[in-house]
Design a protein around this ligand. Sequence first.
Ligand code: MN3
Length: 246
Amino acid sequence: MASKHLSRRRFIADSAKTGLVLTAAQMVTGDLLAHAATPFMPNTSFDQTPLPYAYNALEPVIDAQTMEIHYSKHAATYSKNVKEAAQAEGVDTGKPLEDVLAKISKYSAKMRNNAGGHYNHELFWKSMKAAGGSDKPTGKLAAAIDRDFNSFDAFKTQFSDAGKNRFGSGWAWLIITPDKKLKVISTPNQDNPLMDIAETKGFPLLGLDVWEHAYYLHYQNRRPEYIENWWKLVNWDFVQKRFEGI
Ligand code: MN3
C-alpha cells in the first residue's frame, strides 16, 4: 500500500499548491487523517442536508415525532444560528464548518454551541439507518476495535457507559486519536472532538446524542434503554467507510 500512500501524499501536496483547503481533521490529527474532502466524506456545509430517511423510518427505536422535532426544530435551529454567528463574526460560510471547529476558541459561545450542534447532528443522522444491514462492523474497523478495546462487546459497553454517565446534555463518541488509536470519549453540550478546546481531540467516526430532546418523548428518563436500543440503528457501513476513508 506504499504507492497508494505516496499518491495520496502527492495529491495532498498538489492540492495545497493549488489552494485547496485542508480539512479540520488534518489539522487536528495530522498525517493519519491527511485527506482532502472526498465524495463520500465531504466537508460539512453550514446548511442542513436532507434527512436520509423518513421521520418514521427509525421506529420503534426512535419515534417519528421525536425525529421530526429533533431534525426540523432542534437541528434546524443550530444551522440557522451558526450562520447568524458566522455573519456576525466575519466567517465565510462558503468554507468548511470544520475550519471553524478547529479554531472554536477564537469565537463566541453562540458559535461554539451552534457550530458543534450543527456538525454533530449532520453526522448523527448519517450514522443511523432504517433497518437491515450488519449489526456490527467488519473488516478493518472490526480489527481496529478488537485491537483497541479487546472485543466489540467491550467497545459497546464502554461507549454505552460514556453516554449513560454524561451528566446533563452531551454526546458519546468513537474517535481516532492523533496516535492512531480508537478511543471512546464523551463531550458536554454540543462540543465535539474536532474542537481546539476538546479535552481529547480526534476525528469522530460515530456519535450518539444523549440530550433529553433525543429520546424523552418515548423513553422519558430511561436514557440507558434508549442507548441500548439505539445500537440497532447504527449504520456500520457508513462508519466503516468513514474509518477507511481516512
Ligand atoms: Mn440533538
